[in-house]
Design a protein around this ligand. Structure first.
Ligand code: WT7
Length: 633
């Protein structure tokens, strides 16, 4: 145990002397204080560690808030820093990516040298399809190495990637392709989920009936089942690879720091999903620095982030962050418990994973199978653990700490969002931990908890979490909708970024996230919007109107309950309820499948016609229904 322990309230886990001794950054307070005093200086120093084709003239342009610009005038490319620059060093022959298939029969490894060839080949193919700077490309694949190549290849030639999670289905995919006006889709024939085949290409075919912008589809062969190929539109990746243009050399495009890198759709409080836009320069510096400090990356590390590249966690900390840092990233095609609940522990042992970053829901699910499963494996390679996606309950935290980390691995509970691009409230390995708290804001950031009017609340009291300082990896806008960007994030508390979360801060300055205050539901850490679920339900002939809410669930954190008002001529039944659950799963995706569909005669609404989901939620929980003065008669 460390000798200099500050006195703190509640249950505190102090970093060991061993952890402090090996940490790259030992003095959190000094760095935090300096960074808060001059955030631009902190970020400029971080940016200088990376390679720029031309240096920036201005670190931050805040002349037109909330349209902040970072590293203005700088010329850069994120793929240059994630791949190209390592080829000049010993990392050329270091493993960049290790992959194992769900069935455990195949592993594939790529050195930085090999990664560059794969990315370049893919980039040449995409370019040959007429894709260039600023064009959008939708990527819809399983967790296989080609998804990483596709993302980096788009970035390399200046195209904007839009990855859609492979667990989404037709409605979600079609909506995202159409909104982004992608000309190219990159997909696979299928993917595996717990031994079952997911027919990705079939879902693409269905979706493209509604997406006239798409000219070409590249199909990577993964599962090998028979699929439909539309002549002239669909191309097998392996056929394209045989063409002379598909060689392993491709120049990296020079981009402005503020040029778009990707869009990623995420659910907001109302309406259709928002296309969150991130840029080459700021996002690169943000993911680089946050990962380096929080997970204390060393060249010997093997870093495993279990997230799918279809979510921001996969973008920032499976693909970009580790590679920019020159780390070895591990990627696994499957999930935690197939075929047995020791699958992940087996992989940690097999590959000597030293840093393991996952979600509370997975920990809770695996906890239920008992300690015997992890105890079968040698987990001594682990040095640091991490969680993300939702608040972690102290019971799951302690299990993770004791059973997986053997009480020697600090847990980095990282709070952030699709919009923030990187960690915002997070410990580093030398920070004393309290189970369930993400501790304090990251370097350069200042968070506040405010009331409805925007006035800071007293420590210990619950309020709305806002961020006060701009940061490099912040979203720049909602693609194609600047107005919505302003109204969604910057209007309620002018000058401050509204996170959509409620939180409280304790006497030690530690932040405790309580949950979303809008219509976002976090199912197993996946972010879903009530509006998306309701629009899927409404396409069923029996449904007149519906409302979706999130209710507490032991493993998933939250699960979806839907209330459905039927059209005349339809009667409630068990079968219809099941049919509607299936309907959502088929249209939106299995991750959005409601736990329950209940029938209701009339949905509670305000006089102006807005559904009062909070009333439904209170009723379901047997809680007081609150202020009903606006409820329609
Ligand atoms: C929302 C953002 C960015 C990572 C994946 C989720 C919740 C995220 C934590 C955490 C408590 C958390 C918040 C946030 N959340 N991390 N460590 N503790 N809550 O990204 O899908 O954009 O969701 O996830 O509610 O607002 P996302």
């Amino acid at each position: 145990m460390a000798t200099n322990k500050p006195k703190m309230e509640g249950e505190v886990f102090y970093p060991s002397d061993e952890i402090i001794a090996q940490a790259n950054l030992k003095d959190w307070d000094v760095t935090a204080k300096a960074a808060l005093k001059d955030p631009q200086a902190f970020w400029a120093t971080e940016a200088e560690n990376l390679e720029w084709f031309e240096k920036w003239d201005q670190v931050l342009d805040d002349s037109k808030p909330p349209f902040y610009k970072w590293f203005v005038g700088g010329k850069v490319n994120i793929t240059h820093n994630a791949v190209d620059r390592h080829l000049k060093t010993f990392r050329k022959n270091k493993l960049a990516l290790i992959w194992e298939s769900e069935d455990g029969k195949t592993d594939r490894t790529f050195s930085y040298y090999a990664l560059n060839r794969e990315v370049s080949r893919m980039a040449n193919i995409i370019k040959a399809m007429g894709i260039g700077k600023g064009d959008r490309v939708t990527i819809y694949m399983g967790r296989i190495p080609e998804i990483v190549f596709a993302m980096l290849a788009c970035a390399k030639i200046g195209a904007i990637h839009s990855v859609v999670f492979g667990g989404f289905s037709v409605d979600a995919l079609a909506g995202r392709i159409a909104d982004s006006e992608s000309k190219l889709v990159i997909t696979c024939d299928g993917s595996y989920q717990n031994g079952k085949l997911v027919e990705l290409k079939k879902i693409v075919d269905e979706s493209l009936k509604h997406c006239p912008s798409v000219e070409n589809v590249i199909v990577v062969k993964r599962t090998g089942q028979e699929i439909f190929m539309e002549p002239g539109r669909d191309h097998w990746f392996h056929d394209l690879c045989a063409l002379p243009i598909a060689n392993g050399k491709c120049a990296t495009e020079v981009m402005d720091a503020e040029d778009p890198l990707f869009i990623l759709y995420t659910s907001g409080s109302t309406g259709k999903p928002k296309a969150i836009l991130h840029t080459h320069g700021g996002y690169m510096v943000g993911t680089y620095a946050t990962l380096k400090y929080v997970f204390d990356l060393k060249d010997e590390d093997r870093f495993w982030c279990t997230a799918d590249p279809g979510w921001i966690t996969g973008h920032s900390y499976l693909v970009y962050g580790p590679l920019i840092n020159g780390a070895t990233a591990f990627m696994f095609e499957g999930g935690p418990a197939y075929p047995y609940p020791n699958r992940w522990w087996q992989l940690i042992e097999r590959y000597g994973i030293s840093i393991f970053y996952t979600a509370p829901t997975a920990i809770r699910a695996l906890m239920r199978f008992g300690e015997a499963w992890p105890n079968k494996h040698d987990l001594s390679s682990l040095r640091l653990l991490g969680t993300v996606g939702e608040p972690i309950n102290p019971e799951a935290w302690k299990w993770f700490y004791r059973v997986i980390g053997k009480e020697k691995c600090p847990i980095m509970d990282t709070w952030w969002q699709t919009e923030t691009g990187g960690f915002m409230i997070t410990p580093t390995p030398v920070v004393p931990l309290k189970p369930g708290s993400g501790t304090r804001p990251f370097f350069g950031q200042d968070a506040e908890i405010v009331d409805e009017q925007g006035k800071p609340v007293a420590d210990g009291e619950e309020g709305y979490l806002v961020l006060k300082n701009p940061w490099p990896s912040m979203l720049r806008t909602i693609f194609g909708d600047d107005e919505r960007y302003v109204s969604q994030y910057w209007s309620k508390y002018p000058g401050k970024y509204m996170t959509g979360d409620s939180a409280r801060r304790d006497k030690d300055g530690y932040y405790w996230i309580i949950g979303r205050v809008d219509d976002v539901i976090k199912v197993s850490g996946h972010r879903l919007g009530t509006a998306e679920i309701e629009s899927a339900l409404i396409t069923h002939p029996a449904v007149a109107e519906s409302a979706a809410i999130g209710l507490a669930h032991e493993v998933k954190g939250q699960a979806i309950t839907c209330y459905v008002q039927l059209k005349p001529g339809f009667a409630p039944s068990e079968e219809l309820s099941e049919e509607l659950r299936q309907h959502v799963s088929k249209h939106l995706g299995p991750i959005a499948r409601p736990e329950e569909v209940k029938f209701i005669d009339k949905l509670p609404k305000t006089r102006s016609g807005k559904i009062m989901r909070r009333v439904l939620k209170a009723r379901a929980q047997g809680l007081p229904e609150g202020d009903l003065s606006t409820l329609e008669e």
